[in-house]
Design a protein around this ligand. Structure first.
Ligand code: UD1
Length: 350
């Protein structure tokens, strides 16, 4: 069996790591296409090196662009590759423009399409990621769901017969990296004894409106303990355009961490403040409370279990540094680290 994984953005490289390993262990001929959506060393190559992911068989080097141009260029470059390779499955990951480009290209070529992390919904139709995931789910032949809630969403949309529960592959990789955790690489002036917050902001809804971005940065700056802000390129670009500084007050801005360092810094933090999907889960997996600066989350279980708080209006900014953990130990929401093996089984059996 031949499977082609199409990836392009940072969270997809993390998901690809355990999947590539499991597919190879199952004897599947696995090829990787990197669209080039993320191309900075720290956003791309470092993940392949640190997570020991095989070098992509194809790199489409598409780079940044507006949604239509970026997605369209990916499709036009993917078509000849998928046409030539004729895989038994095209495997897409998550909710980025690379996901949607792979989905549309595969179905137009009548190639079987599988979607990993299917069924997540924010129900916020202003998010580009929401369109990417809904359209990809409905185009796919095999929907690989990470949670029971995702299964419910797919059932409600009439997709139950194409859906299989596999668990969450991000838990596979996060749990593995945690086992060999290195000490956190903290910027000067920040220490674990004193305590710190770890923050990431990159969603269009938070970065693209200068007033909104300014309010978030002001809230971070006024924290009573240091805030380690790992700056996604979109954040740097948008802050620059808006004339907003990423320094001052409690802020300690650093370049994106490598994955093992990110997990170590997260595990040592008092709390995480983020708009990332992946971080909400990773914070939970390393037993750190999370504050999500969005109106909704796709990972509702983390909120229900008391590990994640939505604070879209920054009302609780005065309490971010005191975020507490629930009294009960974390329930095993995302599986025991075997999701990627279930992905390989599902592809072989479907
Ligand atoms: C994308 C995904 C988002 C995911 C995120 C993870 C879409 C619509 N969004 O958002 O779902 O959570 O990746 O990081 O696909 N840039 C660089 N270097 C890079 C990558 C990007 O400088 O290596 C800059 C460019 O200026 C670019 C901007 O970041 O215009 C945004 O990149 P883009 O890929 O469009 O979306 P992300 O915000 O990264």
């Amino acid at each position: 069996m031949k499977v082609i994984s199409v990836v392009g953005a940072r969270p997809q490289f993390v998901k690809l790591a355990p999947v590539a390993e499991a597919l190879s262990a199952a004897g599947i001929d696995h090829q990787i296409v990197h669209t080039g959506q993320h191309y900075d060393e720290r956003m791309s190559d470092a993940f392949f090196a640190d997570l020991v992911i095989p070098t992509p068989d194809y790199n489409l080097a598409v780079g940044s662009g507006r949604h239509g141009a970026q997605t369209g260029e990916m499709m036009s470059k993917l078509e000849p590759v998928l046409s030539e390779e004729q895989p038994d499955w095209v495997l897409t990951y998550g909710d980025t423009n690379s996901t949607l480009a792979a989905a549309i290209t595969a179905v137009k070529l009548h190639l079987p399409l599988a979607h990993l992390e299917a069924g997540l919904r924010s129900f916020n139709r202003l998010m580009p990621e929401e369109h990417n995931r809904v359209l990809t789910d409905h185009a796919s032949d095999l929907l690989l769901a990470p949670t029971e809630l995702a299964m419910d969403n797919l059932r409600r949309e009439g997709l139950a017969d194409r859906t299989q529960f596999v668990g969450d592959v991000m838990a596979d990789v996060c749990l593995r990296v945690t086992e060999s955790a290195t000490p956190p690489q903290l910027p000067a002036g920040v220490s674990q004894t004193q305590g710190y917050l770890l923050a990431t902001i990159h969603r269009a809804e938070n970065t693209d409106d200068p007033a909104r971005l300014g309010a978030i940065l002001a809230a971070l700056r006024s924290q009573p303990i240091p805030v380690v802000l790992t700056a996604h390129p979109r954040l740097v670009a948008k802050a620059n355009d808006a004339g907003l500084s990423l320094a001052g007050g409690a802020l300690h801005t650093v370049e994106p961490y490598r994955y093992p360092d990110m997990i170590a810094v997260m595990a040592g933090a008092r709390a995480v403040v983020t708009d990332s999907g992946g971080l909400q889960k990773e914070a939970y997996l390393v037993n750190v409370p999370c504050i999500t600066v969005r109106t909704e989350t796709e990972w509702v279980e983390t909120v229900t279990a008391g590990w994640n708080t939505l604070d879209p209006d920054l009302d609780q900014a005065n309490n971010w540094a005191n975020a507490s953990k629930p009294a009960d130990p974390a329930p095993g929401l995302y599986g025991s680290g075997k999701a990627a093996t279930h992905v390989a089984e599902a592809l072989l059996q479907s």
